[in-house]
Design a protein around this ligand. Structure first.
Ligand code: FAD
Length: 387
């Protein structure tokens, strides 16, 4: 072990831990140590993500997190000297029922009121114009935001970490945190498989494993792992490579262009919590049934199940992240529970967490809405636009 102390120790070197390290160093805190148990970064959920980024959410706090994060991705390459892979190809929500339209309408009003200028409600013919490949006989309308799109999560994570290291941060790989030491003042240090580190500030950025890390500080964190599976097609040119992410609100099936083909996603409502990271070959038929229903040309696409994969969402009871300090454990901070939105919200999370660690407050969002205490106090949020 090369150092025995740091001002801030971050547990987990995924996209969230990397963004926090970057934002801390940007704010002038140079003594930052990121501990990652794997031999390289990105082996958690970050390397499995679909890379979608969107501001089309239902709650104010999710929209505000995106209003910071998406412009950040747009200017990432110049600001960070590293590619984010941001492609503003949009997200298209496709409505087939009146209740979908009502839902999109109320989301639209909230998004516009918060300052989103690139979102529009679409009539059926506009939906067909944006995505002519869809079966459209039951489409009633939709909503489209042109600055939504995709990033390369691994590249964003790497850019954050490279710039954090330039700013003085250090990254230790192959270093698993096995204990969190607490004294009368709060956090005193962490134990690892590689020795102990003294610190008064620890940030839990352990993704789907966050509850296990919180347990080390005697904290019960309501974050559960939930398997999500993605299926890429072989090269396929029946859908434009400029297509947006398209979400069929009827089934939840969604897809976007990826490489020379498409990347297909559908969240199986029968999936149960647990650390399952194997891909279930039976999923291919399930997703293609939904997929062909909305995108008939998918019938002609080839899929090799060996190229499909599974990863873990980190779910909270109200599908919103848990950010900030823990009452009774001074110096223990949470950046957890993104419920499948941790890539798109990584810039805002880094900024908010750095603010909370260094100043005890942040003006980016109303952080009280996302604090740990909300569960004990019964202040749950409701986000219905979870993909
Ligand atoms: C299939 C799939 C599709 C997704 N699609 C999207 C999407 O389109 N858009 C979006 O925004 N998000 C998406 N997500 C969610 C997104 O990937 C996650 O929210 C995000 O990657 C979380 O980042 P993280 O850094 O918190 O977690 P991770 O990337 O999992 O990093 C946590 C790290 O902590 C390390 N760790 C754990 N315990 C310890 C320990 N004790 N000591 C040291 N290190 C430890 C792990 O090894 C890991 O590297 C998707 C996820 C999946 C699985």
């Amino acid at each position: 072990m090369r150092v025995q102390s740091a001002d801030v120790v971050i547990i987990g070197g995924g996209i969230v831990g990397s963004s926090i390290a970057y934002h801390l160093t940007q704010a002038g805190c140079r003594s930052v140590l990121v501990l990652e148990r794997e031999s390289h970064q990105g082996k958690g959920s970050t390397g499995k993500s679909m890379g979608g980024v969107r501001a089309q959410f239902a709650t104010t706090v999710n929209i505000e997190m995106s209003l910071y994060s998406i412009p950040f991705f747009r200017t990432f390459d110049d600001a960070m000297g590293h590619p984010s892979g941001y492609r503003g190809q949009g997200y298209l929500f496709v409505a087939t029922q009146e209740r979908h339209l009502k839902y999109l309408q109320s989301n639209y009003e909230r998004q516009v009121a918060l300052g989103l200028k690139t979102v529009e409600l679409l009539k059926t013919e506009d939906v067909i114009r944006v995505a002519p490949e869809l079966r459209s006989d039951d489409i009633l309308g939709g909503s489209f935001c042109s600055t939504d799109g995709f990033v390369d999560p691994h590249s964003v994570m790497t850019g954050f970490m490279l710039r954090a290291i330039d700013g003085g941060a250090r990254l230790f790989r192959n270093t698993e945190v096995t204990g969190i030491e607490i004294d009368s003042q709060g956090v005193r240090g962490v134990k690892t498989n590689n020795g102990s580190i003294a610190t008064r500030n620890v940030v839990n950025a352990a993704g789907a494993w966050a509850a296990q890390v919180a347990k080390l500080a005697q904290v019960d964190l309501p974050v559960e792992p939930l398997r999500r599976m993605l299926v890429p097609t072989e090269p396929f040119d029946k859908v434009s490579h400029r297509s947006p992410m398209v979400i069929d609100m009827k089934t939840g099936f969604h897809f976007r262009p990826e490489g020379l083909g498409l990347l297909l996603a559908w969240n199986d409502p029968e999936e149960t919590p647990g650390f399952k990271t194997n891909f279930d070959p039976g999923f291919v038929e399930k997703i293609l049934t939904r997929g062909v229903d909305r995108l008939p040309c998918l019938e002609e696409a080839e899929v090799n199940p060996k190229r499909a994969w599974a990863g873990l969402y980190e779910m909270t009871p109200d599908h919103h992240p848990i950010l900030g300090s823990v009452p009774g454990v001074a110096g223990f901070f949470l950046a957890n529970g993104f419920s499948g939105h941790g890539v798109m919200h990584s810039p805002a999370t880094g900024r908010i967490t750095a603010d909370l660690v260094l100043q005890g407050k942040s003006d980016l969002v109303d952080t009280r809405l996302l604090n740990f205490e909300r569960y004990a106090e019964g202040r749950l949020l409701e986000e219905t636009a979870v993909l």
